[in-house]
Each structure stands twice: as C-alpha cells, then as structure tokens.
Ligand binder design. Structure first.
Ligand code: AMP
Length: 223
C-alpha cells in the first residue's frame, strides 16, 4: 500500500465481478465515497441530458463511453474528496494514465487497486440474475442475494429493475470490451505495485473481509 489513511481505492474487474456491491460495503466500512461512473451515467440518462443521450448509445451496445467524456466526469468528483473508492473508473489505460496525472497534481496518490477476479462462466449467470435500484445503484442477485420483498429494495422500498445492458447479447459484448480495453490495466497497476488480487467468486461478506485483510492496518475504520 502506498499510503495510510485516507484511503483512495480503485475497484477493477469484469462486469458482474461485484465492484458495485463491494464499493458500497467499503463505503459503509471505511466512510469512503463510492464514485461509480456507471451510476453517474445512468443518472444522466434518467435526467435526459445531452451527455446521457450520447452515453446511452455506447452503453446499450456494450461499448465504452469515450475517454474524454469520462475523464471530465470524474475529475471534479475526485478533486473535491480526500477518500474515495472508484467503481468503474478507470476502464482504459489512457483513463488510468490521466488519473495518475490528476492524483499526482492533487497530491492524493492511490492507496491500492483491488482487482476482483472472476471467470466468464461465473459472470454470465450473475449478470442475468442482477437487479438494481436505479436511484441508489444498490445491486441484488435474485438467486444468491435476493431482496426481502420481491423486486423491492430492502433499504428505501424503491422498485428494482434489470439494466438494459445486462441482456445476454450485450453482456457478451461487454465482456469482450473488458478483455480488450480494461484488462490491460491489471498489468498497468501490477507494474506500479498497487494491485491487490481478490477472488471475486466467494460470498459478498467473504470478499469484503478479504479486501479488508489485504488493506491491512492502514485501513482504519472510522469511529
Ligand atoms: P458499470 O455500471 O460500471 O457496469 O458501467 C455501465 C456502462 O457505462 C459501461 O458498460 C460503459 O458503457 C459505461 N462506463 C462506465 N464507466 C465507464 C468508463 N470509466 N469509461 C467508459 N465507459 C464507462
């Protein structure tokens, strides 16, 4: 780990590996702010903004939204916070390089990059069973982690929906996009001594515990 508190983390991993779920767990456990670029984009789409309209076409086809759009979106969020967990950013080596430059300028180096490892065979059924709260981004798995009331969020009672990009044909494309554009970040961060590999196929609590253990004593739980 590069630094002690405050924690600045990146969650890396293929679609369905559990980034959103673990980001929320880390948010609760360490008081970090979850910065989910996917959630930010979905909010723009729901609000019908020009950015949302532009992004939707890329997202619905399983492609990435262009780097410049994403970099602009995340810059101010990162700049105004000391401790955060990035969920879904960076997704290309260029985004990783720009993030390094930005955090260097701000003198806020990353603490670690948590790589949630999961193979394709496990990801397909996970994504098919995924329902989420569009308002908060909270994710459920209808098989392994269902809500107490069918299709209703335990926390705020809001309706759960299936994401349009979790349809099987789009999922295939998202996995290919991940392999081509995002997976190279694993070596990028390994070379920088930041990568922490975690088996993403264990239960939610086991994965959270493994991340906490890997972060070690420098990750202080707020009082
Ligand atoms: P997620 O909710 O993280 O799975 O993201 C959903 C979709 O939003 C992705 O499949 C991309 O189309 C887009 N997206 C989210 N984050 C990024 C990013 N950092 N770079 C490019 N596209 C992104």
């Amino acid at each position: 780990m590069n630094s002690s508190c405050p924690l600045r983390l990146v969650l890396l991993g293929p679609p369905g590996a559990g980034k959103g779920t673990q980001a929320k767990a880390l948010e609760t456990r360490y008081g970090l702010r979850q910065l989910s670029t996917g959630d930010m984009l979905r909010k723009q789409i729901a609000a019908g903004t020009p950015l949302g309209l532009k992004a939707k076409a890329f997202m619905d086809s399983g492609a990435l939204v262009p780097d410049d759009v994403m970099i602009e979106m995340i810059e101010s969020e990162v700049a105004k916070r000391d401790a955060f967990v990035l969920d879904g950013f960076p997704r290309t080596v260029r985004q990783g390089q720009v993030l390094d430059e930005l955090l260097g300028r701000l003198q806020k180096p990353l603490s670690a990059v948590v790589f949630l490892e999961a193979g394709r065979d496990a990801l397909l059924p996970r994504l098919a069973a995924r329902w989420s709260n569009p308002r908060t981004g909270r994710v459920y798995n209808m098989t392994s982690n269902p809500p107490k009331i069918d299709k209703i969020d335990d926390e705020d009672g809001g309706p759960l929906v299936q994401r349009p990009d979790d349809r099987p044909e789009v999922v295939e494309q998202r996995l290919s996009t991940y392999a081509a554009e995002t997976a190279p970040l694993v070596d990028y961060y390994k070379e920088r001594g930041l990568l922490v590999g975690i088996d993403g196929l264990c239960s939610i609590d086991e994965v959270t515990a493994a991340i906490a253990q890997a972060l070690g004593s420098s990750a202080v739980t707020p009082a």
